[in-house]
Unconditional design. Structure first.
Length: 247
C-alpha cells in the first residue's frame, strides 16, 4: 500500500532556528525526501506532520505547496499528498527572485490575472448545481474566518481552488497549487491591514465572481475575477507602503 512504509526518524523532525516556520519545515522535508528518509509513496498527512514538527497545519500546508512546486510531492485522489520517486516529475518553476518581495508578489498577481480570469469563465460554463453549492459555501467559510479575526488565507485560497476544480481541467488546479504559497503570503499581508472596508470590498468582489458563475455568464465571471486580482494587487501595494519596486 502506498504510504505504508516506515520513514526513518519520522518521529524526530527537528527544524532550524532561522527563516520562517514554513521555510524551515520545507527545508527539513526536502532534505528527508531527497535522502529517502521519507521514501517514495510516503504520505504526508497534514495533522500528523503538524504534530511532529510542533507547528500549525497552515505552516505544513504552505510547506507542502512548496514541495509540490519543486516536484518532490504530488496530490493523489484518495491518498492525499505523497512523496514522488526521484525523477518522477520535472518541477515547474518560476524565477521571481525573492519570493516575499513586493515586485515578486505583483508579478505573480499578473500571472494569476490570466489564469483565474479564464478559470472563472470556464467555471461559469461548466459548473454543476452541486459545485455551485460548494463555491457558495467556500464564501461563507471566508466570512466566518474573518469574523473570528482569522486572516482567512486558507479559506480564500480554498475558494479559488474550488473554482479551479469546477473548470474540469486538472491543469488549472495543479498550477494554482504551485502558486499556493505565493497566494497565501499575499492574502495574509492584505488581510493583516484589518481595515473593515477592505474586508467588505474583498467580500463584494468574491460575491461578484460567484454571482456570474451562478448565472452561467463566462464574460462576467472573467471580468469579475480579473477585477478582483487587479484590486488585490492595489491592496498589496497599500499594505506595503515601505517597499519599493526596486527590491
Amino acid at each position: 500500500m502506498p504510504g505504508s512504509q516506515n520513514a526513518k526518524d519520522v518521529n524526530t523532525f527537528q527544524i532550524a532556528s532561522v527563516g520562517t516556520l514554513a521555510d524551515r519545515v520545507t527545508e527539513v522535508l526536502a532534505y528527508k525526501i531527497k535522502n529517502q528518509e521519507l521514501p517514495p509513496d510516503f504520505r504526508l498527512t497534514e495533522h500528523i506532520m503538524a504534530k511532529r514538527f510542533g507547528v500549525s497545519r497552515t505552516v505544513i500546508r504552505e510547506a507542502i505547496s512548496r514541495l509540490k512546486s519543486d516536484g518532490l510531492v504530488e496530490s493523489r485522489q484518495g491518498l492525499g499528498t505523497v512523496v514522488l520517486r526521484p525523477g518522477a516529475a520535472t518541477a515547474f518553476r518560476i524565477d521571481v527572485g525573492t519570493t516575499d518581495s513586493l515586485p515578486a508578489a505583483l508579478q505573480v498577481m499578473e500571472l494569476r490575472r490570466g489564469i483565474e480570469g479564464e478559470a472563472a469563465a470556464l467555471a461559469a460554463q461548466r459548473r454543476t448545481p452541486e459545485q455551485l453549492v460548494s463555491i457558495k459555501q467556500a464564501l461563507v467559510e471566508i466570512d466566518e474566518a474573518v469574523e473570528k479575526d482569522d486572516d482567512g488565507a486558507d479559506e480564500e485560497f480554498g475558494l479559488h481552488k474550488i473554482i479551479a476544480l469546477t473548470t474540469g481541467n486538472p491543469l488549472y488546479v495543479s498550477l494554482l497549487d504551485f502558486l499556493g504559497h505565493f497566494m497565501h503570503t499575499s492574502i495574509k499581508v492584505i488581510r493583516a491591514n484589518k481595515a473593515r472596508h477592505m474586508d467588505l470590498s474583498i467580500q463584494a468582489e468574491h460575491q461578484a465572481i460567484i454571482e456570474a458563475i451562478a448565472q452561467a455568464d463566462p464574460d462576467a465571471a472573467r471580468r469579475a475575477a480579473v477585477a478582483h486580482i487587479d484590486n488585490a494587487a492595489a491592496r498589496l501595494r497599500l499594505a506595503n507602503p515601505d517597499k519599493r519596486d526596486s527590491q
